[in-house]
Design a protein around this ligand. Structure first.
Ligand SMILES: *Cc1c(COP(=O)(O)O)cnc(C)c1O
Length: 389
């Protein structure tokens, strides 16, 4: 059976060149980068090269890049690390109501610890209004954390405007750039961020490795305590193969980013147009223009996204609903509710995210398969029978 992977926002396939670059670091180059001998030095050279490459990719200094175990850790590190290190100064944090769970949950945790969280609301397209951020600032605000682009609906936030506001007030600004790093160009000074989270497996690198950019001079508390790796900011022996893989992924992104974004936007627009034209009672979630080049998110009225997702899977198509196909919780996505979708439309959401290995005939295949699948499911939907006609 034909298999079409359209869930790149959940994870990307590892690029074969990344795998090739990593292999020696599982074998002959096995030293601990913290060791003094030549085995260690060799591994250390490898990770320091990656650190410098990531730094130059975002216009930062190598010392400002800290390796972590991925996006979740970087987001936890940024939020809790800033909160605890700056609580003498203030106890207020501003974020949005469409952040990834790895920001929402740390914020909930911090709230239980006595911090005050303001969650600014987004508009119907999922956009944060920088004015709302500005209005939420108090003299106790120590951190603003707004994601660069949303993983579910693909909306790209005006982070440069938010960064300018934060800088003007001397408040730390963090952005979760997991969905955009290596996909859209970003220079930390242009957008005024002090902290930026990234993850390798969202840009064709391995899972379980990422980084946090921390602007020089930022007061942040260590999150992992132990050895003095990463200048004492993040203990634990480095994941050398993972870091090398991340480095290779960044190198590949550097050369392909613009070309891929152009190709993917074309495929995205074709898929959106095709779905809206061929299937009635569907609507696009997220911003029509300010959106990730690879993100399509639609609500299909009168059906459960889960049923759609599973039926498409039987046809070889990997998609996602809510935020993960096998999502354990039955609660509809907080992001879709935040942009004003009803519970019913939020539950009927379907996300297709494409990437490096997606071809136009994959999109054609979805456009052939999806309409009859929707029709079949609607035929057995009691809601469709009573409401749609
Ligand atoms: C995937 C993702 C994360 C989590 O990254 P992991 O490396 O999987 O922990 C955080 N934020 C966003 C926006 C993501 O898409």
């Amino acid at each position: 059976m034909r298999r079409v992977y359209l869930d790149y926002a959940a994870t990307t396939p590892t690029d074969p060149e990344v795998v090739k670059a990593m292999l020696p670091y599982f074998g002959e180059i096995y030293g601990n980068p913290s060791s003094l001998h030549s085995f260690g030095a060799e591994a250390n050279r490898a990770i320091e090269t990656v650190r410098a490459d990531i730094a130059s990719f975002i216009g930062a200094k190598p010392e400002e890049v800290i390796f972590t175990s991925g996006g979740t850790e970087s987001n936890n590190f940024a939020s809790k690390g800033i909160a605890y290190a700056n609580k003498e100064k203030g106890d207020h944090i501003i974020t949005s109501n469409i952040e990834h769970h790895s920001i929402l949950e740390p914020c909930k945790f911090l709230e239980a610890q006595g911090f005050n969280i303001t969650s600014v609301k987004v508009d119907e397209f999922g956009l944060v209004d920088p004015e709302d951020v500005k209005k939420a600032i108090t003299d106790k605000t120590i951190l603003i954390s707004i994601m660069h682009a949303n993983n579910e609906i693909g909306t790209i936030q005006p982070i440069a405007e938010i960064g300018e506001i934060a800088q003007g007030k001397g408040i730390y600004f963090h952005t979760d750039a997991v969905q955009t790093f290596g996909h859209l160009p970003l220079q930390v000074d242009d957008v005024g961020v002090d902290l930026l989270s990234l993850s390798a497996h969202k840009l064709y690198g391995p899972k379980g490795v990422g980084a946090l950019y921390i602007r020089e001079g930022t007061k942040i508390r260590s999150f992992m305590h132990g050895g003095d790796q990463e200048r004492g900011l993040r203990a634990s022996t480095h994941n050398v193969p993972g870091i090398v893989g991340l480095g290779k992924a960044v190198e590949l992104a550097n050369g392909k980013m613009d070309e891929e974004a152009t190709k993917l936007s074309m495929l995205r627009d074709k898929l959106i147009k095709g779905i809206l034209e061929r299937i009635e009672h569907t609507r696009l979630n997220g911003h029509p223009v300010k959106r990730l080049p690879n993100n399509v998110n639609v609500s299909v009225a009168y059906i459960e996204g889960e049923a759609l997702c599973l039926t498409l899977d039987m046809e070889g198509i990997a998609s996602s609903t809510g935020s993960a196909c096998s999502s354990v919780s039955l609660e509809p996505s907080h992001v879709l509710l935040a942009i004003g979708r009803s519970h019913e439309l939020a539950r009927g959401s379907l996300r297709f995210t494409s990437g490096r290995y997606t071809e136009e005939d994959d999109i054609d295949y979805v456009l052939d398969v999806l309409p009859p699948v929707v029709e079949k499911l609607r035929a057995i939907s009691p809601l469709y029978k009573t409401e749609a006609r």
